[in-house]
Design a protein around this ligand. Structure first.
Ligand code: UDP
Length: 333
């Protein structure tokens, strides 16, 4: 397959988030023009590359979205904005269906009015639910066990109809567990619930301990297994997906490294990388957590001509640790 590169004007929603900010930087480094949208409810303005055109926009308000499309030249959209915390989705499902379906519809509607025809959608391994096979291929059964996964799957199902009716070409990228940091951009959520930042905060002493959610799963050591993929590798896959969108043979791609690490193995890696003790306690399972999520990512390797650079948990955790040491307080907005 020929790899054709042409500079585009790309609108990124959720551009001030952990993954969004890295994607924006990657697009700008590849000479694309970026219109960066975020409502800053979870993201950080300082995380957005200075060469991007930032527009504070709430996707729940169609008029705000439409205004951006009428004021900016846009060739393609990477739709990252959304709610993504599994635990929270079990407490407040409506928030997830609104953010992940209705807000996305506002973007699609603005696209069709403005004849924007390329759409890359951030989906998730949570669409699969409890795996019927390991690793998970794109054809594995989708039976989400939390509203987060259910909302993303519902939105995936809308996309073929916008292709059919309006010719909006789309690619769905199902992320496994995004992790790690670049030299300047890393993970700093306002309320942190993700494993690696919590482990590193414990190493730094800003938390007293890590709670391990569930040690009685049917896995090699009883804790959950996840496929941790470096955020830079996720970003490079988006670039490939966008640049190849009209030639791609498939619509859905898993993005993972193809092997998993248990929560206890991640903790162990972090103890080695940081040289710190890192206190951990065993806690109850977190509702909504499948025991194992590991990607079969061959399709992305072949079609997107993409290979993750980070394939070992130690190097992923090390990148996050270096960032944490440089920016112990995260982004100061
Ligand atoms: N986890 C944990 N303790 C924590 C946070 C996470 O044991 O304080 C576990 C969680 O149960 C899951 C894995 O770490 O099995 C990754 O969780 P995270 O929230 O980082 O990502 P998710 O898999 O929910 O997208």
């Amino acid at each position: 397959m020929l790899y054709k590169r042409a500079a585009m004007h790309i609108l990124v929603t959720g551009a001030a988030g952990y993954i969004g900010s890295v994607i924006v930087a990657e697009l700008i480094n590849a000479n694309h023009t970026v219109i960066a949208l975020d409502n800053l409810s979870l993201g950080h303005r300082n995380a957005v590359h200075p060469d991007a055109t930032f527009v504070a926009t709430d996707l729940s308000d169609f008029n705000q979205v439409a205004a951006v499309f009428s004021e900016q030249k846009i060739d393609a959209v990477i739709h990252m904005a959304g709610q993504s915390l599994v635990g929270e989705s079990m407490q407040d499902p409506g928030k997830f269906f609104r953010a992940n379906i209705l807000n996305g519809l506002n973007v699609l509607e603005a696209m069709r009015h403005n004849k924007v025809k390329k759409f890359v959608f951030s989906s998730t391994a949570a669409v699969y639910g409890v795996p019927t096979e390991v690793p998970l291929s794109e054809n594995s059964q989708c039976a989400p066990i939390n509203p987060y996964g259910a909302s993303k799957l519902q939105f995936e199902k809308i996309l073929p109809w916008y292709l059919h009716t309006y010719g909006i070409d789309y690619t769905i990228l199902r992320y496994f567990n995004a992790a790690g940091a670049t030299d300047t951009l890393g993970e700093a959520h306002l309320t942190e619930s993700h494993l690696i930042p919590i482990i590193l905060d414990t190493a730094l002493g800003s938390r007293s301990e890590l709670e391990i959610f569930g040690t009685d799963y049917d896995t090699r050591d009883g804790s959950c297994i996840r496929d941790y993929i470096h955020v830079s590798d996720l970003a490079s896959a988006h670039l490939k997906a966008l640049e190849l969108i009209q030639q791609l043979e498939n619509r859905v791609y898993n993005l993972g490294i193809g092997h998993g690490y248990s929560t206890l193995e991640v903790l162990d890696a972090a103890r080695k990388v940081t040289g710190m003790t890192i206190t951990a306690t065993h806690s109850a399972r977190r509702p909504g957590d499948p025991p194992v999520l590991v990607a079969k990512a061959d399709r992305a390797h072949i079609d997107l001509q993409w290979t993750p650079r980070f394939t070992e948990i130690e190097s992923i955790v090390l990148s996050a640790w270096r960032w944490k040491l440089k920016y112990p307080n995260g982004y100061v907005d």
